[in-house]
Design a protein around this ligand. Structure first.
Ligand SMILES: Cc1cc2nc3c(=O)[nH]c(=O)nc-3n(C[C@H](O)[C@H](O)[C@H](O)COP(=O)(O)O)c2cc1C
Length: 248
Protein backbone atom coordinates (compact mmCIF):
# COMPACT_ATOMS: atom_id res chain seq x y z
CA UNK A 1 0.00 0.00 0.00
CA UNK A 2 1.42 3.36 -1.07
CA UNK A 3 0.26 6.29 1.07
CA UNK A 4 1.12 9.84 0.08
CA UNK A 5 0.72 13.34 1.41
CA UNK A 6 1.25 16.13 -1.09
CA UNK A 7 0.68 19.89 -1.13
CA UNK A 8 1.67 20.65 -4.71
CA UNK A 9 1.88 17.28 -6.45
CA UNK A 10 5.54 16.19 -6.20
CA UNK A 11 4.96 13.45 -3.66
CA UNK A 12 1.80 12.35 -5.45
CA UNK A 13 3.85 12.03 -8.65
CA UNK A 14 6.40 9.80 -6.90
CA UNK A 15 3.71 7.75 -5.15
CA UNK A 16 1.84 7.18 -8.42
CA UNK A 17 4.96 5.86 -10.15
CA UNK A 18 5.71 3.52 -7.25
CA UNK A 19 2.12 2.23 -7.06
CA UNK A 20 1.89 1.71 -10.82
CA UNK A 21 5.10 -0.30 -10.83
CA UNK A 22 4.39 -2.35 -7.67
CA UNK A 23 0.64 -2.62 -8.40
CA UNK A 24 -0.01 -1.61 -4.80
CA UNK A 25 -3.05 0.43 -3.76
CA UNK A 26 -2.52 4.19 -3.88
CA UNK A 27 -3.99 6.04 -0.90
CA UNK A 28 -4.12 9.81 -0.34
CA UNK A 29 -3.26 10.79 3.23
CA UNK A 30 -4.57 14.26 2.29
CA UNK A 31 -8.03 12.71 1.98
CA UNK A 32 -7.71 10.62 5.15
CA UNK A 33 -6.56 13.68 7.11
CA UNK A 34 -9.16 15.97 5.55
CA UNK A 35 -12.04 13.62 6.30
CA UNK A 36 -10.69 12.67 9.74
CA UNK A 37 -10.82 9.02 8.69
CA UNK A 38 -9.36 6.56 11.13
CA UNK A 39 -10.18 3.43 9.15
CA UNK A 40 -7.79 0.55 9.69
CA UNK A 41 -5.18 0.40 6.92
CA UNK A 42 -4.62 -3.19 5.95
CA UNK A 43 -1.86 -4.59 3.79
CA UNK A 44 -1.38 -8.31 4.44
CA UNK A 45 1.50 -9.18 2.10
CA UNK A 46 2.97 -5.96 0.82
CA UNK A 47 4.92 -3.24 2.69
CA UNK A 48 3.49 0.17 3.53
CA UNK A 49 5.21 2.87 1.49
CA UNK A 50 4.94 6.43 2.83
CA UNK A 51 5.68 9.27 0.42
CA UNK A 52 5.65 12.89 1.60
CA UNK A 53 7.40 16.23 1.26
CA UNK A 54 10.12 17.50 3.57
CA UNK A 55 9.03 20.33 5.89
CA UNK A 56 11.89 21.92 7.83
CA UNK A 57 14.05 18.82 7.38
CA UNK A 58 11.52 16.31 8.70
CA UNK A 59 8.31 14.67 7.57
CA UNK A 60 5.42 17.17 7.91
CA UNK A 61 3.95 17.24 11.42
CA UNK A 62 0.47 16.45 10.11
CA UNK A 63 1.86 13.30 8.47
CA UNK A 64 3.71 12.24 11.62
CA UNK A 65 0.55 12.77 13.70
CA UNK A 66 -1.52 10.81 11.20
CA UNK A 67 0.90 7.86 11.17
CA UNK A 68 1.17 7.89 14.98
CA UNK A 69 -2.59 7.67 15.43
CA UNK A 70 -3.63 5.47 12.49
CA UNK A 71 -3.83 1.68 12.67
CA UNK A 72 -1.74 -0.31 10.21
CA UNK A 73 -2.25 -4.04 10.15
CA UNK A 74 -1.19 -7.11 8.24
CA UNK A 75 2.43 -6.28 7.70
CA UNK A 76 5.21 -4.50 9.56
CA UNK A 77 7.56 -3.60 6.72
CA UNK A 78 7.69 0.06 5.68
CA UNK A 79 9.51 2.36 3.29
CA UNK A 80 9.73 6.14 3.62
CA UNK A 81 10.32 8.30 0.54
CA UNK A 82 10.68 12.03 1.07
CA UNK A 83 10.59 14.55 -1.76
CA UNK A 84 12.56 17.72 -1.13
CA UNK A 85 13.87 20.80 -2.89
CA UNK A 86 17.29 20.40 -1.37
CA UNK A 87 17.88 17.92 1.46
CA UNK A 88 16.25 16.02 4.33
CA UNK A 89 19.11 16.50 6.83
CA UNK A 90 18.41 14.18 9.79
CA UNK A 91 14.75 13.39 8.97
CA UNK A 92 15.74 9.73 9.02
CA UNK A 93 16.61 9.95 12.74
CA UNK A 94 13.00 10.91 13.50
CA UNK A 95 11.59 8.35 11.07
CA UNK A 96 13.51 5.67 12.95
CA UNK A 97 11.93 6.87 16.23
CA UNK A 98 8.49 6.82 14.61
CA UNK A 99 9.09 3.28 13.31
CA UNK A 100 10.10 2.17 16.80
CA UNK A 101 6.91 3.69 18.23
CA UNK A 102 4.76 1.93 15.59
CA UNK A 103 6.71 -1.35 15.69
CA UNK A 104 7.46 -0.88 12.00
CA UNK A 105 10.40 -2.57 10.34
CA UNK A 106 12.11 0.12 8.24
CA UNK A 107 13.10 -1.43 4.92
CA UNK A 108 14.22 1.67 3.11
CA UNK A 109 14.51 5.43 3.12
CA UNK A 110 15.27 7.76 0.23
CA UNK A 111 15.26 11.48 -0.44
CA UNK A 112 14.16 12.51 -3.92
CA UNK A 113 15.03 15.94 -5.28
CA UNK A 114 11.98 17.62 -6.82
CA UNK A 115 11.11 21.25 -7.60
CA UNK A 116 11.00 23.59 -4.60
CA UNK A 117 7.44 24.62 -3.76
CA UNK A 118 7.87 26.78 -0.66
CA UNK A 119 7.04 30.10 -2.28
CA UNK A 120 6.13 31.97 0.91
CA UNK A 121 9.81 31.72 1.87
CA UNK A 122 11.81 30.89 -1.27
CA UNK A 123 11.06 30.75 -5.00
CA UNK A 124 9.79 27.92 -7.16
CA UNK A 125 11.63 27.19 -10.41
CA UNK A 126 10.20 28.21 -13.76
CA UNK A 127 8.28 25.53 -15.67
CA UNK A 128 11.18 24.41 -17.89
CA UNK A 129 13.61 24.11 -14.98
CA UNK A 130 11.00 22.25 -12.91
CA UNK A 131 10.54 19.83 -15.80
CA UNK A 132 14.29 19.20 -15.96
CA UNK A 133 14.48 18.51 -12.21
CA UNK A 134 11.61 16.02 -12.46
CA UNK A 135 13.13 14.31 -15.51
CA UNK A 136 16.45 14.00 -13.71
CA UNK A 137 14.84 12.35 -10.67
CA UNK A 138 12.47 10.02 -12.52
CA UNK A 139 14.99 7.19 -13.27
CA UNK A 140 15.88 7.17 -9.55
CA UNK A 141 12.16 6.91 -8.63
CA UNK A 142 11.77 4.00 -11.06
CA UNK A 143 14.79 2.29 -9.48
CA UNK A 144 13.26 2.75 -6.03
CA UNK A 145 9.99 1.27 -7.33
CA UNK A 146 11.90 -1.77 -8.58
CA UNK A 147 13.58 -2.22 -5.19
CA UNK A 148 10.27 -1.88 -3.36
CA UNK A 149 8.63 -4.36 -5.71
CA UNK A 150 11.40 -6.88 -4.97
CA UNK A 151 11.22 -6.11 -1.24
CA UNK A 152 14.89 -5.07 -1.18
CA UNK A 153 16.28 -2.99 1.63
CA UNK A 154 17.92 0.33 0.72
CA UNK A 155 19.18 3.45 2.35
CA UNK A 156 20.37 6.38 0.27
CA UNK A 157 20.96 8.54 3.27
CA UNK A 158 24.03 9.86 5.04
CA UNK A 159 23.43 11.51 8.41
CA UNK A 160 24.04 15.23 8.36
CA UNK A 161 22.91 18.52 9.85
CA UNK A 162 21.16 17.30 12.97
CA UNK A 163 20.37 20.87 14.09
CA UNK A 164 18.19 21.50 11.01
CA UNK A 165 15.86 18.60 11.83
CA UNK A 166 16.12 19.31 15.56
CA UNK A 167 15.72 22.74 17.11
CA UNK A 168 15.40 24.57 13.78
CA UNK A 169 12.41 22.38 12.93
CA UNK A 170 10.83 23.22 16.30
CA UNK A 171 11.48 26.94 15.84
CA UNK A 172 10.10 26.77 12.29
CA UNK A 173 6.73 25.42 13.45
CA UNK A 174 6.57 27.93 16.29
CA UNK A 175 7.58 31.02 14.35
CA UNK A 176 6.93 30.52 10.65
CA UNK A 177 3.97 28.19 10.07
CA UNK A 178 1.03 30.55 10.38
CA UNK A 179 -2.14 30.80 8.29
CA UNK A 180 -2.39 34.51 9.07
CA UNK A 181 -1.00 36.20 6.01
CA UNK A 182 -2.79 34.23 3.29
CA UNK A 183 -5.38 36.32 1.50
CA UNK A 184 -7.32 36.35 -1.77
CA UNK A 185 -6.98 39.29 -4.13
CA UNK A 186 -9.61 40.80 -6.41
CA UNK A 187 -8.57 38.25 -9.07
CA UNK A 188 -10.44 35.59 -7.03
CA UNK A 189 -13.17 33.90 -9.08
CA UNK A 190 -14.82 32.17 -6.07
CA UNK A 191 -14.18 28.72 -7.56
CA UNK A 192 -13.53 27.16 -4.12
CA UNK A 193 -10.59 25.12 -5.42
CA UNK A 194 -8.50 26.27 -2.43
CA UNK A 195 -11.22 25.04 -0.05
CA UNK A 196 -11.15 21.68 -1.81
CA UNK A 197 -7.35 21.40 -1.94
CA UNK A 198 -6.68 22.28 1.71
CA UNK A 199 -5.91 18.97 3.47
CA UNK A 200 -6.69 20.48 6.87
CA UNK A 201 -10.08 22.03 6.07
CA UNK A 202 -8.58 25.35 7.10
CA UNK A 203 -10.23 27.44 4.39
CA UNK A 204 -13.86 28.53 4.34
CA UNK A 205 -15.72 30.88 2.04
CA UNK A 206 -16.58 34.17 3.67
CA UNK A 207 -18.99 35.82 1.28
CA UNK A 208 -17.49 34.98 -2.10
CA UNK A 209 -13.85 34.95 -1.01
CA UNK A 210 -11.82 32.36 0.90
CA UNK A 211 -10.82 33.02 4.50
CA UNK A 212 -8.14 31.16 6.41
CA UNK A 213 -8.51 29.78 9.93
CA UNK A 214 -5.52 28.92 12.11
CA UNK A 215 -4.97 25.24 11.38
CA UNK A 216 -2.40 25.51 8.58
CA UNK A 217 0.69 23.48 7.77
CA UNK A 218 2.03 25.68 4.96
CA UNK A 219 1.68 22.93 2.35
CA UNK A 220 1.28 25.54 -0.43
CA UNK A 221 -1.69 23.70 -1.99
CA UNK A 222 -4.00 26.75 -1.86
CA UNK A 223 -1.56 29.38 -3.06
CA UNK A 224 0.02 27.21 -5.77
CA UNK A 225 -3.15 25.37 -6.81
CA UNK A 226 -5.25 28.51 -7.37
CA UNK A 227 -6.14 28.51 -11.10
CA UNK A 228 -5.89 32.31 -11.37
CA UNK A 229 -3.02 33.00 -8.92
CA UNK A 230 -5.36 35.05 -6.75
CA UNK A 231 -3.83 34.03 -3.43
CA UNK A 232 -0.90 35.86 -1.85
CA UNK A 233 0.99 35.48 1.42
CA UNK A 234 1.70 38.77 3.18
CA UNK A 235 3.92 40.70 0.73
CA UNK A 236 6.17 37.70 0.02
CA UNK A 237 4.64 36.05 -3.02
CA UNK A 238 3.63 38.85 -5.40
CA UNK A 239 4.90 38.12 -8.91
CA UNK A 240 6.44 34.78 -7.95
CA UNK A 241 6.03 31.62 -10.04
CA UNK A 242 3.40 29.25 -8.67
CA UNK A 243 4.46 25.60 -8.68
CA UNK A 244 1.86 22.84 -8.97
CA UNK A 245 2.42 19.44 -10.57
CA UNK A 246 -0.95 18.18 -11.71
CA UNK A 247 -0.94 14.42 -12.08
CA UNK A 248 -4.60 13.76 -11.33
C1 LIG B 1 6.56 24.22 4.69
C2 LIG B 1 7.63 23.71 3.77
C3 LIG B 1 8.89 23.39 4.27
C4 LIG B 1 9.88 22.89 3.41
N1 LIG B 1 11.08 22.50 3.95
C5 LIG B 1 12.01 21.91 3.16
C6 LIG B 1 13.24 21.41 3.72
O1 LIG B 1 13.47 21.45 4.92
N2 LIG B 1 14.15 20.87 2.87
C7 LIG B 1 13.93 20.77 1.53
O2 LIG B 1 14.81 20.29 0.83
N3 LIG B 1 12.76 21.19 0.97
C8 LIG B 1 11.79 21.74 1.75
N4 LIG B 1 10.59 22.15 1.20
C9 LIG B 1 10.31 21.86 -0.23
C10 LIG B 1 9.41 20.64 -0.41
O3 LIG B 1 9.75 19.61 0.49
C11 LIG B 1 9.49 20.06 -1.84
O4 LIG B 1 9.27 21.04 -2.80
C12 LIG B 1 8.49 18.92 -1.98
O5 LIG B 1 8.84 18.15 -3.09
C13 LIG B 1 7.05 19.37 -2.12
O6 LIG B 1 6.24 18.22 -2.21
P1 LIG B 1 4.70 18.24 -2.60
O7 LIG B 1 4.60 18.86 -3.99
O8 LIG B 1 4.32 16.79 -2.63
O9 LIG B 1 3.96 19.02 -1.59
C14 LIG B 1 9.60 22.70 2.03
C15 LIG B 1 8.35 23.06 1.53
C16 LIG B 1 7.37 23.55 2.38
C17 LIG B 1 6.01 23.89 1.81
Amino acid sequence: MVLYFSGTGNSRYVAKIIAEKTKDALISMNELIKTGSREELISPDRPFVFVCPTYAWRIPRVVEEFIRTATFTGNQKVYFLMTCGDDTANAIGYIKELCKFKHFELQGFAEIIMPENYITMYSAPEKAVAKEIIEKSTPFILKLAENIQEGSAFDTFTAKAKAKSGFINTAFYGLVVKAKGFHATDQCISCRKCVKLCPLNNIEMSGNKPAWNNHCTHCMACICGCPVAAIEYKNKTQGKTRYYLDTL
